[in-house]
Write a protein that binds this ligand. Structure first.
Ligand code: C2E
Ligand code: CA
Ligand code: CA
Ligand code: CA
Length: 278
């Protein structure tokens, strides 16, 4: 016990540096929320004909010194603090504003945008009210919003989560399971939650043409989704081989570098004209 107390003072410098960097990052992130340093990127999603049918919005943090920070470097920290709430609300508001802007665009008026939502956002007691207030405030069509949830959300307080999802579903908001098959929850939640789509994780897609296990898992997710009446989207599609395998197994939607990398949402319309119908 004695040693345990003192260990705090004598831990190694690398560990101390990591703790200090974490504190600095949290301070910067808190400031970033106040100063509005975030940018929204968007990556195209296409159907089996290769036509644009949607996009996934992905956050970036434009820090004055750190440069463009990727979400994997700050979303986990935001989730461990209260910061994911204002950040998540900013993402949804920017998404709704974009959808309203696109209503007058001939090829973008029909597409949906998928928004990543963290477990802590949904667990927040005001979640449903906040989401609906933002949608209504912007005048966005809720039917064009897909919220991407992870399986971890569906493991605890199931009844409460179902009530929240249903309250949004009746307004037209849809739900997708992100990184499907990589979490720890049971398959039984699939029949209890009001879901519209499963997203096949890129870790399965990556070696689809080389690894028999990944191929089988992917095939079964596609079959499962279709038999349950859900849409199914493969993410991380980078090669023609991967696409051909997915098409042969009747996957409905695709997202990945083969079609386009995420770009600033303001440039989305001009960047992906080749994916729009003539
Ligand atoms: P995710 O939801 O699984 O998003 C897909 C990630 O894969 C994105 O990285 C995207 O740029 C990348 N990606 C897309 N196509 C390809 C491909 O063909 N090959 C490869 N190798 N990668 C591809 P990104 O933008 O860095 O986002 C990382 C994660 O950060 C996301 O993973 C998501 O979990 C989280 N995230 C991003 N934006 C938000 C947000 O607004 N809110 C929350 N809560 N989380 C977010
Ligand atoms: Ca996602
Ligand atoms: Ca994903
Ligand atoms: Ca992922």
């Amino acid at each position: 016990k004695e040693a345990g107390k003192n260990a705090l003072r004598f831990f190694d410098p690398a560990m101390q540096a990591a703790v200090e960097e974490r504190v600095a990052l949290e301070n910067d992130l808190r400031n970033g929320v106040l100063e509005n340093e975030f940018r929204l990127f968007c990556q195209p999603q296409v159907d089996a004909c290769g036509r644009l049918c949607g996009g996934e919005v992905l956050i970036r943090w434009q820090h004055p010194v750190r440069g463009l920070v990727m979400p994997n470097q700050f979303i986990p920290l935001a989730e461990q603090t209260d910061l994911i709430i204002p950040i998540g609300e900013w993402v949804l508001r920017k998404t709704c504003e974009t959808l309203v802007e696109w209503e007058s665009h001939p090829s973008l008026a029909q597409i949906s945008l998928s928004v990543n939502v963290s477990v802590n956002q949904v667990r927040d007691h005001n979640f449903v009210e906040r989401v609906l207030a933002i949608i209504d405030d912007c005048g966005a069509n809720p039917a064009r919003i897909m919220l991407e949830l992870t399986e971890s959300l569906m493991a605890e307080n199931v009844e409460e989560i179902i009530l929240k999802m249903n309250a949004l579903r009746v307004r037209g908001v849809r739900f997708s399971v992100d990184d499907f098959g990589t979490g720890y929850s049971s398959l039984s939640y699939l029949k209890r939650f009001p879901l519209s789509e499963l997203k096949i994780d890129q870790s399965f897609v990556r070696e689809i043409a080389l690894n028999q296990h990944d191929a089988v898992i992917t095939e079964i997710i596609i079959t499962l989704a279709k038999k349950l009446g859900l849409g199914v989207l493969a993410e991380g599609v980078e090669t023609e081989d991967q696409l051909n395998f997915l098409l042969a197994h009747d996957c409905s939607y695709f997202q990945g570098y083969l079609f386009g990398k995420p770009c600033a949402i303001e440039l989305f319309a001009s960047s992906f004209m080749d994916l729009m119908e003539p």
